[in-house]
Each structure stands twice: as C-alpha cells, then as structure tokens.
Design a protein around this ligand. Structure first.
Ligand code: DHB
Length: 392
C-alpha cells in the first residue's frame, strides 16, 4: 500500500469534483482526485447543456469562461407550448438574468484542460474505493489504481462528488432521504442538424412531453416523454422524428421541424432524490452524491456547481484559518437551494408531462396559461430557471 498525504481527497472527477479541485488550487489548497471511470468516458458522457447565470458567473470568476464566451450561446429565455399555442418567456426582461447553451461535455473539457495545465493529481479507472476515519481529522480514501497497486490518500477533508452510485453517500450515517420516481422517462437524441428554433421549446402534448434543445449551430438535442422501461430499439429514427413533429407542433403557424441524422439515442429515467445531511464528520457531499433532480429545467449540473461554490469558502476557512463556521453551515445552506431546485424540477416536470388523467390535464393547461400570461407567474418560472444566486 502506497500512502499519500494531501489536504483534500476528492472522490469523483466529474464537473463537481474537477471544479472543486480547480477552485481549491486557486486558494492554494492541494487536492487529489480519484475516479472509477476512464478519462474518456467522463469527458464524453452526454448530459444536459444549459448553464444558469450563477454557474456562468462562477466559471468566469475562476478563469474558465473564455471558450464559454466564444462558443456558448446566450439565450434570453425559453418557449413554452401546448397544442395550438407557443409563448416566449424572456428571462432577461423578467429578471435581468439569462442562460447559456454550453454542454456539460464542454465544461468538463475546460476543467480537465485547466487542471492538466497545473499538474492536478487525478487517478482514473480506480476500483475498490473506500472511505475511512471520517469522524477523525485524518480521514482517508483507499483504492486500487489502474495498474493494480493499492493506494491510500490521507487528507484533512474528503469530498464525495461521486454521484448517486458512488461509495461516498453511503458513508453518511443514518441519512434522512426523500425519493420520488416518475411514471415516465425521456428518450434523448443528438442529431447532426441545425436547431429548428432559436431558443429551447418545452412542449406539453397529450401524447407526451417534448423538448427541443441544442448544442451548437449544427447539433440539435431533443427529448420525448416515453413510458418507463422503454427499449430504444422500439424507436426507429422515423418514429422519433414523427413523434417530435407532432408534439412540437410541426406546421403550426408555419413552424417546421427539420429532421436530421441521429448520432445518439438513449433512455433517461426520471427521479427526485435528496439525502441529508450533506456532511458526516470530515466528509462533505456535493452534487449527485446528495441529490438527484429529474432533467426538466436542467438543474442537475447547475446545482452541483452551486454546491461547490458554497463548499470552497467553507473548506478554505476550515483548513487555512481553522474556522469551522461555514463548514458547519454547509449542509443546511446547500440544502436550502437543493430543495428549491427539487421543487422547481418537480413542478416543471409535472406541468409538462402527460399522465392520461383528464383532471391533471386541465390543471396542467391552467398552469401553462398562467405562467405565460401573468407577469408574476412568468417571473417565478424565470427566476428559478435562470437560477437564484449561489448562496440562496
Ligand atoms: C437540456 C436538458 C434539459 O433537461 C433541459 O431542461 C433543457 C436542456 C439539454 O440537454 O440540452
């Protein structure tokens, strides 16, 4: 067993773990990251693509905003629609805040490049990761590295950024958990075709929800509500484009959906999950390790980044000044925003997905009419979608 000593051991090299390592380094705090997957897998897995204002501000503030400025696409708002109706909500007019189309894959590339330039210690393709002595001030992480050697990293603090399947969340003793599984899933596609819209379209249709998103001027990302346990093999390219055309209103007021070559197809389950507290002794959790939201509203990545934005000053005070106040407040402060986003994601999901229940359908339509016609309703949606300040 080889032993290493660092200030912070980070479990998980996704965007939360890598941003944490980056921000800690800017404050002179050394970290080591362990990750079960390969570097290529983490970099190429397809995730959401919408960054809210506070995420963009944070990335800029730590030197990660250059490519985002050049290649990201700033959107003023979104379209909300239902059969025969399409309405634009302008978040800038409503709240002064906007959102950016810039895929998680791109954020991850920028983080990996920035950390590589500074020689960040990262161990990919590790196995048997375990956390130890979290109630002491010498917690540690053990793992088997890619070459088969057992290693131990002894730290002052361990941060679990390893998602809902990683070991970190199981190290919190007796957590309170809340969970909801939705009775539908999303079929997501990437297509080599210019988006048929300038900003995202969220569409309710009695056949099911559809979303027209995008990654660039030449790549579109679209989603369809499908039953749970759907096998992608049941969905030919033609069937997907036909369903998207119906639900997104092809032909309505002269609007056309342009189909194109599909390069990726996958089914995403929809789940809400919160585990509290987000701290156990010298272990702190950030991102999906502590909470999962359904994708509607694109909060998952933004929430993970907000956790890290709160955790960094807390760890800096703890490790450099021996001041535990922010670290002690971290879980409660973070959970306040987690529950706001959990509610917003649940609300967007239930407002836009079809359940076949005629009473619920009328409530859904009433809610859609309200948020698109009342400034108070629209502002509430805009404030949550474009994102509340990190410390909310
Ligand atoms: C995307 C995903 C979402 O869940 C959403 O609400 C908006 C956009 C996306 O992948 O582009």
């Amino acid at each position: 067993m080889t032993d290493r000593r660092v200030q912070v051991a980070i479990v998980g090299a996704g965007p939360a773990g890598m941003l944490l390592a980056h921000l800690l380094a800017a404050d002179g705090i050394e970290s080591a990251v362990v990750e079960t997957r390969s570097e290529d897998y983490v970099a190429s897995r397809i995730r959401a693509g919408i960054l809210e204002q506070s995420t963009v501000d944070l990335l800029h503030s730590c030197g990660l905003g250059d490519r985002l400025t050049r290649e990201g696409d700033r959107h003023r708002g979104i379209y909300l629609q239902w059969p025969e109706e399409r309405h634009h909500l302008d978040f800038v007019d409503l709240t002064g805040r906007s959102v950016w189309v810039y895929g998680q894959t791109e954020v991850q590339k920028d983080l990996v490049a920035a950390r590589a330039a500074e020689g960040q210690e990262i161990h990919y393709e590790v196995s048997d990761t375990a956390l130890h002595d979290l109630e002491t001030d010498r917690p540690s992480v053990t793992f088997t590295d890619a070459s088969g050697t057992r290693q131990r990293i002894v730290a002052d603090v361990v941060v679990g950024c390893d998602g809902s399947f990683g070991p970190s969340r199981h190290a919190v003793a007796d957590p309170a958990t809340w969970e909801k599984t939705y009775p539908y899933s999303w079929l997501g596609i990437l297509a080599d075709v210019a988006p048929s819209t300038d900003e995202l379209i969220y569409a309710y249709h009695p056949d099911g929800f559809a979303l027209h998103s995008m990654r660039s001027a030449t790549v579109s990302r679209l989603y369809l509500q499908v039953p749970n346990e759907t096998d992608v093999a049941e969905w030919s390219d033609d069937r997907i484009w036909d369903a998207l055309a119906v639900r997104l209103g092809h032909g309505q007021d002269g609007w056309h959906l342009e189909p194109g070559s599909i390069t990726d197809k996958s089914v995403l389950p929809m789940r809400s999950f919160v585990s509290a507290p987000m701290r156990h002794g010298r272990l702190f959790l950030a991102g999906d390790a502590a909470h999962i939201v359904p994708p509607t509203g694109a909060k998952g990545l933004n929430l993970a980044i907000a956790d890290v934005g709160l955790l960094v000053p807390a760890l800096v005070d703890l490790l450099r000044k021996d001041d535990p106040h922010l670290a002690d407040a971290y879980s409660d402060t973070a959970l306040r925003r987690v529950w706001r986003c959990t509610h917003f994601s649940w609300w967007m999901t239930t407002m836009l997905h079809a359940t076949g229940d005629p009473f619920e359908e009328q409530l859904r339509l009433s809610q859609l009419r309200w948020v698109t016609s009342s400034e108070a309703g629209a502002t509430g949606l805009a404030e949550n979608y474009a994102g509340l300040p990190i410390g909310f």
